[in-house]
Design a binder for this molecule. Structure first.
Ligand SMILES: Cc1cc2nc3c(=O)[nH]c(=O)nc-3n(C[C@H](O)[C@H](O)[C@H](O)COP(=O)(O)OP(=O)(O)OC[C@H]3O[C@@H](n4cnc5c(N)ncnc54)[C@H](O)[C@@H]3O)c2cc1C
Length: 541
């Protein structure tokens, strides 16, 4: 396809300019090549709304990126940068604006620097988590990387989309832990932010701000430039790790449990907490299903009686400790003391323990590798007796809620009610998407994300339509309670951005003014997170 509004002659001239910039073999126009940039998890797969790509171009250096951007301006070609393009569940590598040319940066894959005394790295966009991990391991560097569940993506692409991982504190929030950017602006000019702006500075990966306004956020979940280098703070390899789980007997114990665990986490005592609902073990029992599924859910007394009758805790939380051996042991003892004092009937169970570095054999046996910064793809072993026919993909619904037990209980109630009228099978088999046992993810350091995955199928457009309608409905219901999504695929970005509407959408209007100022031809990432260039602003999807 041609980019909208671009005639065949201009497109041919643009492709020739791209070939001159990067070499003919790295400009992709065949149907087979271009199909690789479709979003395999697109809720609009095969429908008129599916976003299409007209071509792709793969530069290998920042100078080549500049030439591509300049050529795109000359011929008014919409372009869409990706790093490794593995953003499945949030849009894959497909653009918001059909007909865009993807600027695929995965061949820019140099690890520029890793310092294991000052604990930072500077990376190009095509460095994958696997590449980065291998680099660190081969050199026996004493730093950890923080990776998402699948290791297939890249620190740069993941961070720019506000991606998240599993280790300690702010390291899990990948944009938060970045430090300094190099960006090719829509005009082709190269800008470095933070200390990277000072030619002789050696502190790019150490100090975020440089001097003056901090503008890095403009380049995340956005369309203001093409990021070509990025610094990251790294977690020093700890001496030891241990985990332990606390169990609490009653439903409302969730409130002090979250408050205590927050205090442990925000003071740096623990890494990522992982909340659990032991009553889920009973979810195949028809009587329990009926109780959990009844209008309004079980009362607190019914919930507590069920737990007591089955000698199960109402809630659990796995705590993870990283640091010197004596410190992790003392921290676990402190956590037990504190939780016992706050919650009558709390019980505890020791978990795993490691000392680092691990041998390769020990690494293989770690049950959840991202908690120790080890990238892998084990998550995709999703076939199980509970879920014999996994879906072909999914979209995430991922609203942020306050980090409190009260908020969890309220979100359970609201979303369980919202799901009553929704006729969509759940991603992992079993009951409805939300219910009285639903718990949030704790990837973000300072908020919960009450995420659910919704199945999509490349064979069943009707299912996709039902999912599309369901997610849009949940977006609206979430917004009515102040629970905004942190990240969403292009199919939903326009509607999600509309929910951040304070003062007649003042934030979006500001973003549009900035977009117009720095990308006057509107060539980069048109429509990303609802920011359309001026000439396309009347679009509603
Ligand atoms: C089963 C499953 C589990 C998942 N678990 C997680 C998880 O635990 N945590 C998590 O965060 N994600 C998760 N994901 C989502 C996704 O796979 C990862 O976030 C992945 O790392 C994103 O792909 P990427 O790193 O290749 O980024 P990309 O796809 O390259 O980039 C994402 C977007 O950022 C922008 N962008 C990227 N690079 C640039 C650049 N250089 N300049 C300007 N803009 C750019 C583009 O808009 C691009 O579309 C999961 C997905 C699945 C299917």
């Amino acid at each position: 396809m041609l980019p909208p509004g671009v005639d065949g002659t201009a497109f041919a001239a643009a492709l020739a300019a791209f070939k001159e910039a990067v070499g003919a073999e790295r400009v992709y126009t065949s149907d087979e090549d271009v199909a690789l940039y479709r979003d395999a998890y697109d809720v609009q797969w095969g429908l008129p709304g599916e976003r299409q790509v007209s071509a792709a171009v793969a530069p290998t250096s920042v100078e080549q990126v500049q030439k591509v951007v300049i050529a795109a301006n000359r011929y008014q070609i919409p372009i869409y940068p990706i790093s490794t393009g593995m953003n499945l569940g949030y849009g894959g590598s497909s653009p918001n604006y059909s007909g865009s040319v993807v600027v695929d940066l995965k061949l820019m894959n140099r690890v520029i620097e890793v310092d294991d005394k000052r604990h930072f790295a500077i990376l190009e966009p095509g460095v994958s988590y696997f590449d980065f991990y291998r680099y660190v391991q081969e050199r026996k560097l004493k730093v950890w990387i923080d990776c998402p569940d699948p290791g297939w993506g890249s620190p740069v692409g993941n961070a720019l989309d506000h991606g998240v991982g599993y280790t300690f504190g702010g390291y899990r929030d990948h944009f938060y832990s970045h430090c300094g950017l190099e960006v090719v602006m829509p005009t082709g000019e190269i800008v470095r932010t933070g200390m990277g702006a000072m030619p002789r500075a050696e502190t790019w990966g150490e100090y975020h701000y440089g001097v003056g306004p901090y503008i890095d956020g403009l380049f995340s979940q956005s369309n203001m430039g093409v990021v070509t280098k990025m610094g990251f703070h790294l977690f020093p390899q700890p001496e030891a790790y241990r985990s332990g789980t606390v169990f609490v007997p009653k439903r409302l114990d969730l409130i002090p449990l979250v408050a205590e665990v927050n205090a442990l986490e925000h003071s740096g005592t623990i890494g990522q907490p992982d909340y659990g609902a032991p009553l889920r073990r009973l979810s195949m029992d028809p009587a329990v299903r009926a109780l959990m599924g009844k209008a309004g859910g079980p009362t607190d007394a019914e919930f507590d009686a069920l737990a007591a009758d089955h000698r199960l805790a109402a809630w659990s939380c796995q705590l993870q400790f990283y640091g010197a051996q004596g410190v992790v042991d003392a921290s676990w003892a402190y956590a037990k003391e504190r939780l016992s004092a706050a919650i009558p009937g709390a019980t505890f169970e020791d978990g795993l323990a490691y000392r680092f570095p691990l041998t390769r054999e020990e690494q293989q046996k770690v049950p959840h590798k991202p908690s120790l910064g080890i990238p892998n793809l084990e998550l995709f072993q999703s076939r199980s007796p509970m879920n014999p026919k996994p879906s072909e993909g999914h979209v995430w619904f991922s609203p942020l809620i306050p980090k409190s037990g009260e908020a969890i209980l309220e979100a359970q109630r609201v979303f369980a009610e919202a799901c009553r009228g929704i006729d969509v099978p759940t991603l992992f088999g079993g009951g409805p998407a939300y219910g009285p046992l639903s718990l949030p993810q704790t990837w973000m350091y300072r908020a919960f994300v009450f995420i659910t995955g919704w199945p999509i199928s490349r064979m069943d457009p009707q299912l996709n339509q039902r999912v599309y309608d369901a997610v849009l409905r949940l977006v609206q219901i979430g917004a009515e309670h102040g629970w905004g999504e942190y990240r969403t695929p292009p199919a939903f970005q326009q509607q999600v951005v509309q929910t951040y509407s304070y003062n007649d959408h003042a934030l979006l209007r500001l973003q549009e003014r900035i977009k117009d100022a720095i990308d006057p031809n509107g060539i980069i990432g048109a429509g990303r997170y609802g920011i359309w260039p001026k000439h396309l602003r009347d679009r509603k999807t």
